[in-house]
Design a protein. Structure first.
Length: 274
């Protein structure tokens, strides 16, 4: 008899919970689903708006992610409030949990701060080719915590913003003009002046090479073990750097062969004494 009464009490409590909290739970779930859908629409509309207003590509991904996270936090707070949780108690718990999570995720917060620093001081922007943290590639996106690079062979590299904002970095796209350096070796006994003439002609025939901020420079840089090395320095627009580098190397090889100028390879003379 006592067991039946306990069972009835439990059933009554379950029924009361379903009646009281059931509609709240269903409403909260519906609100969560609809809210996530609305947030996705808002983010998509913002992305298009940023593109239409020509917002800096470096800011687009960062701002979109920030707004998305802020809206999701507001949605979750609303959903928890709909389920009857007292907001004052919830905020106190959230504050304590935030402190613990902040201590546990100090590295993540550092990456967030690094992202803000990158966007504020702009050491690089989307589209720049950089070398940092042991990786090199074109910046495709600056996110809240990470920066995404694309390598020339289409690999994706993810670098945390914390180390990227505080470490050393080389930005190859920061300047509109770059100097292209070459070193060409000729054999001992070959005519150095003739080699210089050949190099100067190849340089003058290439319209991509410019005389600003300095004219082309050619000089003997080293009397090496197996060759006399000539250094060549020319200036060009940054976009033409690799085209000039590859083309001049090929043209010098062919021109030296036509003019009878030898390009030596490392070798050693051994003299045997009886």
């Amino acid at each position: 008899m006592e067991n039946m009464e306990n069972l009835e009490n439990i059933s009554k409590q379950i029924y009361d919970l379903i009646v009281v909290y059931g509609p709240k739970l269903i409403g909260a779930i519906i609100t969560l689903i609809v809210g996530m859908w609305v947030i996705s629409i808002i983010r998509s509309a913002l992305r298009k708006r940023f593109e239409k207003r020509n917002v800096d590509p470096s800011l687009r991904g960062f701002l979109n992610s920030m707004i998305g996270i802020g809206l999701k936090i507001m949605l979750w707070v609303s959903v928890i409030g709909m389920m009857g949780v007292q907001m004052t108690s919830f905020i106190a718990i959230l504050g304590a949990a935030g402190l613990a999570v902040g201590m546990a995720l100090s590295g993540t917060l550092q990456n967030f701060a690094g992202g803000v620093m990158i966007l504020a001081f702009k050491p690089f922007k989307v589209g720049d080719y950089i070398d940092a943290q042991g990786h090199a590639g074109s910046v495709s996106e600056i996110q809240i915590f990470n920066t995404i690079l694309k390598t020339p062979d289409n690999k994706t590299i993810i670098i945390p913003n914390g180390g990227l904002s505080t470490g050393s970095m080389v930005n190859y796209s920061a300047e509109a003009k770059r100097r292209v350096d070459f070193v060409f070796g000729i054999a001992y006994g070959d005519n150095v002046d003739k080699a210089k003439e050949v190099l100067l002609k190849l340089i003058k025939d290439d319209s991509r090479i410019i005389n600003d901020p300095a004219e082309p420079f050619i000089a003997v840089s080293e009397l090496a073990d197996s060759s006399v090395n000539l250094v060549v320095r020319v200036w060009a627009d940054a976009a033409n750097y690799w085209g000039i580098f590859f083309d001049i190397n090929e043209k010098v090889y062919k021109a030296f062969a036509e003019e009878g100028i030898n390009i030596p390879f490392p070798q050693m003379d051994v003299h045997i004494q009886k």
